[in-house]
Design a protein around this ligand. Structure first.
Ligand SMILES: Cc1cc2nc3c(=O)[nH]c(=O)nc-3n(C[C@H](O)[C@H](O)[C@H](O)COP(=O)(O)OP(=O)(O)OC[C@H]3O[C@@H](n4cnc5c(N)ncnc54)[C@H](O)[C@@H]3O)c2cc1C
Ligand SMILES: *[C@@H]1O[C@H](CO)[C@@H](O)[C@H](O)[C@H]1NC(C)=O
Ligand SMILES: *[C@@H]1O[C@H](CO)[C@@H](O)[C@H](O)[C@H]1NC(C)=O
Ligand SMILES: *[C@@H]1O[C@H](CO)[C@@H](O)[C@H](O)[C@H]1NC(C)=O
Ligand SMILES: *[C@@H]1O[C@H](CO)[C@@H](O)[C@H](O)[C@H]1NC(C)=O
Ligand SMILES: *[C@@H]1O[C@H](CO)[C@@H](O)[C@H](O)[C@H]1NC(C)=O
Ligand SMILES: *[C@@H]1O[C@H](CO)[C@@H](O)[C@H](O)[C@H]1NC(C)=O
Ligand SMILES: *[C@@H]1O[C@H](CO)[C@@H](O)[C@H](O)[C@H]1NC(C)=O
Ligand SMILES: *[C@@H]1O[C@H](CO)[C@@H](O)[C@H](O)[C@H]1NC(C)=O
Length: 630
């Protein structure tokens, strides 16, 4: 287990290496077997794997290489990484079409007249609302270069559901776990089968139990509240959340948290895998950084009714996408075209993959016609049915400073409305209230993002939200513009989802209220900040009021399903179960957009797993084709 000390020590030991700033390669008019757009968890491993299998691959990435930027490489710096203009892409979204509800979002972001941001509900004169900040990374390795690194295989039901709806048994949880084992290099002990030779380091974090008296007390109460004996606590804390326990979907209470870092706290991610594969100089992998794909090129093939994806139009240049805080509309970039003899694979992430499809004429006919984009394929699901995990928290102040260690969090699963576990939470002395420019600080209010040493939060993630009504639509036909995004939170199933989150909050209160306030150095009583202001154990907020707070202040950063897999008769299915875009040939989407619904609580590992699966599917398809031709 990584201890706090080794994390800090790892940080102190690392020196800053030179960052890549070489001009992108000349790819204009060249042909590769495969072109992959986007080097995140979806595209990065797939591009590297296909090249390692001997195929010529061009990987296009809009951002540059920040793999040795200490904000990025050192996991403990994830908040700084999330705010680093060298990697971040700023999106602003809506949660609904209800203007009054949007105005009540406490961390709404505005553009001040002097060009700076304002975060809050009481903007200065002249400020223009931008919306709800949504963090993304435009850099080699995608969002896995600045994310929180939590590494979770979804519940079995999530994978099995894909197998059931598509009839493709290769999506079964049992089969999918093979990809986890294949990609990981696990640095922790488990009684379940794990991989130790993959490209992704995984480490089980310290829960804080051994080193911190306060952690011991709180975790033990939580374990008891989950139905376990206090004496079981220690063993529960190393329970493997990525094991293949029978009945794992029903296992609740404490688990060991697994992260995609090495035991010294160094981030591991597709960015490093791609970088290292290129550096070996022995695989036919061409990486073109600072290259924004702007359109898929299609061609007609003989008498075949379907058009084939034949290449990509692109722009080369720094910070061309307008979500990049450094972008300058005057820098126009160098345009070019590059061709794929076999396939084009789009892996731009849940916002950018549908945008690129739409720009290329694949999407809902009405929208394409509105922007006078020639329709290549009328696919109503492109940019529709965007899904996301709901996130909320219960934040309180203890009676004295809480000592549970920084950056080491105990993790808990809980089940509520669903038959299986549906809430995941992690607790510690931090305050996580969503995202905005500068998070967790609010620089223009001189708020440091923390409520001082007494703060204690349990952050909650809804793992199986019922609503899936988000939309991504073009703002213009300029590929450098961001699309218009509305998550349409809680449009469907609001009662059940709010109840699940609310019961999670109540569960946390149930054990915080058991801390004995009469002990001389007690942490209790806890003064809750939200969702119910007041002393824990003595509050009288109504459930309805708390649910309203949760509904209006929920946040998210796990967008998925915006160009999703589905059954043949599913109107919104953009992809078949082999990631192939319907109604055309030679085109796939492999990233978080591909999931039929959110893949459990945390999308990064499942996205890497489907990247491995796509590798298999593509290579198998090629082998079948070649054996047929013989
Ligand atoms: C702050 C933050 C914290 C997170 N924490 C966690 C966590 O702890 N655990 C977890 O499981 N998940 C977490 N996530 C979510 C997770 O990182 C993402 O779901 C995951 O990275 C999605 O992978 P992807 O390949 O679909 O897309 P992305 O990671 O978004 O990668 C897409 C890549 O494509 C590039 N690209 C896009 N469009 C183009 C184009 N037109 N041309 C060329 N390149 C393009 C982008 O620059 C980017 O590099 C977090 C996300 C954020 C933002
Ligand atoms: C592109 O390549 C083709 C074939 O190699 C060649 O015929 C053509 O002239 C090239 N076009 C440009 C603009 O370089
Ligand atoms: C790290 O990110 C912060 C913003 O969060 C930025 O100010 C700083 O310059 C970055 N540091 C490095 C080494 O790039
Ligand atoms: C795993 O177990 C072995 C044998 O008990 C022990 O030596 C090793 O330190 C353990 N590794 C971790 C990461 O806990
Ligand atoms: C877990 O996976 C291993 C290896 O695939 C397998 O042998 C074992 O039977 C599985 N266990 C359960 C409980 O499914
Ligand atoms: C872009 O060009 C215009 C016209 O030359 C100029 O006025 C403007 O300042 C430039 N903008 C930036 C951000 O450089
Ligand atoms: C923030 O702090 C700075 C420096 O102390 C001060 O000048 C500024 O007025 C403060 N801003 C607010 C909104 O309090
Ligand atoms: C709470 O602490 C006080 C003081 O130590 C003690 O007398 C009391 O028994 C404790 N209550 C419980 C329920 O343990
Ligand atoms: C609710 O609590 C507040 C203080 O916490 C108190 O003033 C008020 O009377 C309480 N209301 C009810 C109905 O108990």
């Amino acid at each position: 287990m990584a201890t706090l000390l080794s994390l800090v020590f790892g940080f102190a030991c690392l020196a800053l290496h030179g960052l890549s700033s070489a001009a992108p390669p000349d790819i204009n008019n060249k042909t590769y077997e495969y072109i992959v757009v986007g080097s995140g968890p979806g595209g990065g491993p797939l591009a590297a794997n296909l090249a390692k299998a001997g195929h010529s691959v061009l990987l296009l990435e809009a951002g540059d290489d920040q793999t040795e930027n200490l904000n990025v490489s050192q996991w403990v710096n994830f908040n700084a990484a999330g705010n680093d203009p060298a990697t971040r892409w700023d999106f602003f979204v809506k949660h609904s079409n209800d203007a009054a509800r949007e105005a009540r979002y406490l961390h709404r972001t505005w553009r001040r007249t002097d060009g700076g941001f304002y975060v809050g509900i009481d903007p200065p004169t002249g400020a223009k609302p931008l919306g709800i900040y949504y963090p993304r990374a435009g850099t080699l390795g995608g969002c896995a270069m600045h994310n929180g690194c939590l590494t979770m295989n979804p519940d079995d039901v999530d994978w099995n559901g894909i197998a059931e709806t598509t009839g493709d048994e290769s999506w079964s949880a049992e089969n999918m776990r093979k990809y986890l084992v294949k990609l990981e290099k696990a640095h922790y002990n488990s009684s379940y089968v794990h991989g130790h030779n993959g490209w992704l380091d995984t480490t089980m974090l310290d829960s804080g139990y051994a080193g911190f008296e306060d952690a011991r007390e709180l975790i033990t109460l939580a374990a008891q509240a989950a139905g376990y004996k206090a004496s079981d606590t220690i063993s529960l804390l190393t329970r493997d959340m990525n094991g293949n326990q029978t009945n794992r979907d029903n296992l609740v209470g404490p688990f060991g948290g697994v992260s995609h870092i090495n035991p010294n706290g160094r981030r591991s991610s597709p960015g490093y895998y791609v970088r290292d594969t290129v550096a070996k100089n022995k695989y036919p992998l061409t990486l073109s950084l600072d290259t924004l794909a702007t359109k898929v090129i299609f061609k007609s093939t003989g008498t075949a009714p379907r058009k084939k994806a034949a290449g990509i139009e692109y722009l080369q240049g720094k910070s061309l996408y307008s979500a990049d805080p450094r972008s300058n509309a005057n820098a126009t970039g160098r345009a070019g075209k590059v061709y794929a003899s076999r396939e084009v694979i789009i892996s731009g992430g849940a916002f950018n993959s549908p945008q690129l499809l739409l720009l290329s004429g694949i999407g809902p006919r009405k929208q394409l016609e509105k922007f006078r984009i020639p329709v290549i394929a009328d696919l109503p699901g492109v940019g529709q049915q965007l899904a996301d995990n709901y996130e909320a928290g219960i934040l309180s102040l203890a009676n004295r400073a809480v000592n549970v260690g920084q950056n080491i969090f105990p993790n808990f699963f809980k089940s509520s409305v669903g038959k299986i576990r549906d809430i995941y939470m992690w607790c510690g002395n931090f305050a996580f209230e969503g995202f905005w420019p500068g998070f967790p600080n609010i620089p223009e209010k001189n708020f440091t993002g923390d409520y001082g040493p007494k703060e204690y939060e349990c952050a909650l993630v809804h793992m199986n939200p019922r609503s899936q009504a988000g939309t991504i639509e073009l703002q213009s036909t300029n590929p450098r513009d961001v699309p218009v995004i509305n998550l349409n939170f809680f449009k469907d199933g609001a009662d059940e989802d709010l109840t699940a989150i609310y019961e999670g909050v109540e569960w946390v209160r149930s054990w915080l209220s058991k801390v004995n306030a009469s002990e001389p150095t007690s942490l209790a009583p806890f003064e809750e900040k939200h969702p119910c202001d007041g002393t824990i154990g003595k509050q009288n907020c109504t459930a309805a009021a708390q649910k309203m707070y949760i509904k209006e202040q929920a946040y998210s950063h796990h967008a998925s399903s915006s160009a999703r897999i589905g059954a043949d008769d599913d109107r919104y299915a953009v992809l078949d179960s082999e990631f192939k875009v319907r109604k055309v040939t030679g085109l796939r989407v492999v990233d978080a957009s591909s999931f039929p619904k959110v893949p459990g609580g945390f999308p990064v590992l499942p996205t890497m797993m489907i990247s491995e699966k796509a590798t298999d599917v593509i290579l198998q398809g090629l082998a079948d084709e070649q054996s047929k031709a013989q």
